[in-house]
Design a protein around this ligand. Structure first.
Ligand code: HEC
Length: 100
């Protein structure tokens, strides 16, 4: 065997860590699309709904309700349709983890 097990394991772990980082970056890109209206990192200007530090499940439920049309909206029903339910869950998780 030319390659030692140690290097093989390091390679696999490295790839997993890289994948996780790419995933986080992708979620940040999605979340950046919300920043125009909801503020950088979800901290909005007065008068607009902040997303930072909100309950993840509540936020996701609102987004799913916008998407399905259950919750009437002027904008969010359109925007939420641009994401899969899984993506909305990840975006909600991201904003929920931001400081208020
Ligand atoms: C163009 C402006 C705009 C953008 C971009 C935008 N929103 Fe909104 N958002 C609104 C408005 C306006 C409302 C109030 C509901 C409505 O009329 O659509 C709202 C409401 C919400 C609510 C409900 C807040 C509450 O507690 O009642 C959530 C959650 C939300 N947005 C999440 C997001 C997420 C996540 C993104 C990015 C994927 C996003 N928004 C992008 C304008 C925007």
């Amino acid at each position: 065997m030319g390659i030692s097990m140690k290097w093989l394991v390091a390679g696999v772990l490295g790839a997993a860590a890289f994948g996780a980082q790419a995933q986080v970056n992708q979620i940040k890109v999605w979340a950046a699309a919300c920043a125009n209206c909801h503020g950088t990192n979800g901290r909005a200007e007065p008068g607009m709904e902040s997303l930072a530090g909100k309950d993840k499940d509540e936020m996701l439920q609102k987004l799913l309700d916008f998407k399905s049309g259950r919750k009437p909206a002027t904008l969010m029903h359109q925007l939420s349709k641009g994401y899969t339910d899984e993506q909305l869950a990840q975006i909600s998780g991201y904003f929920a983890s931001q400081k208020k």
